[in-house]
Design a protein around this ligand. Structure first.
Ligand code: GTP
Ligand code: MG
Length: 202
């Protein structure tokens, strides 16, 4: 596992804050890359895969339990942001409100945000909640890339059909990039790092 990526020492990575309230969100000048997607889509697993760590970002068997924005600072030069998952049907009204306040607070006036990775499950495809999220990303005018997760669960034929279906969603801006990813197989790690570095340090 490559632990030096684009001059970043991945051994030097820490969870710096777990924000549960909008007032705890970080507004500093260090470039941020955020990971957005349904609960259980594989956000935390993907962050662990990128960072070459097994358990830095917590993955859960009970999806959508905690609604927090988790900031991972990488070698003091950039920050990977694990956004709270959405689409968890049995969530209470109060926790849905907390999700909205945090997510809105995150995207508003965040000039350090350089890229959002919008995760979509290869097997599930784009859900109604994903569509809502994509509308938010378009509204806030942030650059994004689509990352198709858990690609190891499909065979080649299924995977290309799935990726084609996902990319045909007409909400995506034209020329939206798409990366096929598997945290399990470490597929797509290099391609995603390349895009992240390009956006953070251009
Ligand atoms: P929340 O934190 O609840 O929003 O979920 P999350 O998006 O962070 O998902 P998480 O990374 O916790 O993964 C959810 C489940 O999917 C876990 O059981 C993971 O082991 C599994 N998973 C994640 N990535 C992959 C993958 O690449 N392949 C396979 N087969 N399973 C995966
Ligand atoms: Mg998670």
């Amino acid at each position: 596992m490559e632990m030096n990526v684009g001059g970043l020492n991945l051994h030097n990575t820490d969870l710096i804050i777990t924000a549960g309230l909008p007032s705890q969100l970080i507004k500093d000048g260090i470039p941020q890359v955020a990971f957005s997607g349904r609960s259980n889509v594989g956000k935390s697993s993907l962050i662990n895969c990128l960072l070459g760590r097994k358990k830095l970002a917590r993955t859960s068997a009970t999806p959508g339990k905690t609604i927090t924005v988790n900031y991972y600072r990488v070698d003091k030069k950039m920050t990977l942001v694990d956004l709270p998952g959405y689409g968890y049907a049995s969530r209470s009204h109060a926790s849905k409100k907390q999700w909205s306040a945090l997510t809105q607070g995150y995207f508003e006036n965040n000039s350090a945000l350089t890229l959002v990775a919008q995760l979509v499950d290869a097997k599930v495809g784009i859900t109604k909640d994903d569509e809502e999220m994509i509308n938010w990303l378009n509204y806030y005018n942030v650059p994004y890339v689509v990352v198709v997760t858990k690609c190891d669960k499909l065979n080649k034929t299924e995977l290309s059909a799935s990726a084609e279906r996902i990319l045909s969603c007409d909400l995506f801006r034209s020329q939206t990039a798409c990366i096929l990813f598997s945290s399990e197989k470490k597929l797509g790690r290099e391609a995603l790092w390349e895009l992240i570095l390009k956006n953070c340090f251009k």
